[in-house]
Design a protein around this ligand. Structure first.
Ligand SMILES: CC(C)(COP(=O)(O)OP(=O)(O)OC[C@H]1O[C@@H](n2cnc3c(N)ncnc32)[C@H](O)[C@@H]1OP(=O)(O)O)[C@@H](O)C(=O)NCCC(=O)NCCS
Length: 178
């Protein structure tokens, strides 16, 4: 292939490597690392806590998402052996799509959700993403406040996106600039 054309056809390499580290936030210390199958029981437990006994993401969904090493990244935050938060992102083309984010109720309002989202935005930017997207229930005002604080804007409504609860989603977008 001619060199000048190979530039166009060369797929953008995505680097979702992540080095675990200790996070100091508001006088507390947490461990932040990439999620693995070993964390699935904790992820399901945290989901049940934040979604009143429901697990919108099943064991199977987590397992299959965690296998997609090439374009999917899940981060978990632990304090000791307690999972206190997690976030998931899928990179597609030049877009970082937040698939899931939750913080354990007793650890909410301590900056963990904001930290997780900012971390994913940073990783997407390093991978030359030009935008971030996500869906949020139209009545989930707490999560919307977090997203708006970090510059996400309403894009469009997905009617009945959450089919079991017959709830609409707002599709939100944040343009990434240098
Ligand atoms: C949404 C969620 C992840 C936020 O996590 P968190 O760690 O509590 O958020 P933070 O402490 O980092 O808050 C950052 C900002 O988000 C907004 N925010 C978060 N929780 C809020 C609440 N209960 N009420 C109002 N604003 C809120 C605020 O703007 C806050 O900034 P501030 O503290 O300077 O006011 C958490 O509430 C959660 O897990 N909810 C249940 C699961 C969920 O709804 N996930 C999103 C699915 S789309």
């Amino acid at each position: 292939m001619l060199k000048k054309f190979s530039l166009f056809f060369h797929p953008i390499e995505i680097d979702l490597s992540f080095t675990p580290f200790a996070l100091r936030l508001n006088n507390e210390t947490y461990q932040v690392m990439k999620a693995s199958d070993e964390n699935i029981a904790d992820l399901l437990g945290l989901e049940q806590e934040v979604y009143f006994g429901r697990t919108p993401w099943s064991r199977f969904s987590f397992k299959s998402e965690l296998k997609k090493h090439a374009n999917s990244l899940y981060l978990v935050v632990y304090q000791g052996s307690t999972l206190v938060g997690f976030v998931g992102m899928r990179m597609q083309a030049q877009e970082g799509h937040i698939t899931n984010i939750a913080v354990k109720p007793t650890y909410q309002r301590r900056g963990i959700g904001e930290f997780l989202l900012r971390t994913m935005i940073g990783i997407a930017q390093k991978n030359r993403a030009v935008q971030m997207t996500l869906e949020v229930r139209s009545d989930n005002y707490n999560a919307q406040s977090l997203y708006r604080k970090l510059g996400f804007k309403d894009n469009f409504i997905r009617k009945n996106y959450y089919t079991t609860e017959q709830a609409d989603a707002i599709s939100m977008i944040k343009e990434l600039t240098d």
